[in-house]
Design a binder for this molecule. Structure first.
Ligand SMILES: [Zn+2]
Length: 139
């Protein structure tokens, strides 16, 4: 997890960062958190459990299990991710300034300005930075 201490020098307007590009990464933190909060994921128990057990999914977290590695590189996984994204709409489009830095509930980055997104299938609500909100074309 990011520590707020790591970012004490950044200014108020700093927004979410994107996960460093990493070829070993099959599911990044943002995708993982979105999937866990989405309804479609619950139909795939093994997927849900892998996500709960790991902050990101890489080859190590799958213990080099070829079936799982194949799954995370498959069209099926891509469609699950797309379906998960489609469950979310913008609840509060205008980014609100928080009294203190909070963590973006998708990428975990400390943010001062948060948008609210709503899951229309299960009513989950997440406070996210502007970058994470726009990654999913929610704005
Ligand atoms: Zn974020």
């Amino acid at each position: 997890m990011y520590s707020t201490e790591d970012y004490k020098n950044i200014d108020d307007s700093t927004d979410c960062i994107f996960e460093r590009s990493n070829q070993q990464l099959l599911v990044n933190r943002t995708q993982r958190n979105l999937l866990i909060k989405s309804e479609v994921t619950k139909s795939y128990e093994f997927l849900y459990n892998i996500l709960l057990e790991n902050e990101v999914v890489d080859y190590d977290s799958l213990h080099i299990n070829n079936e799982y590695i194949k799954f995370f590189s498959s069209e099926t996984f891509y469609i699950i991710l797309k379906n998960a994204i489609s469950e979310w709409v913008t609840y509060n489009k205008n980014a609100q300034k928080m009294n203190e830095r909070i963590r973006c509930e998708l990428c975990g980055y400390p943010i001062f300005y948060a948008c609210t997104i709503l899951n229309i299938k299960n009513a989950n609500i997440l406070r996210v930075g502007r970058s994470c909100a726009s990654v999913f074309r929610l704005l």
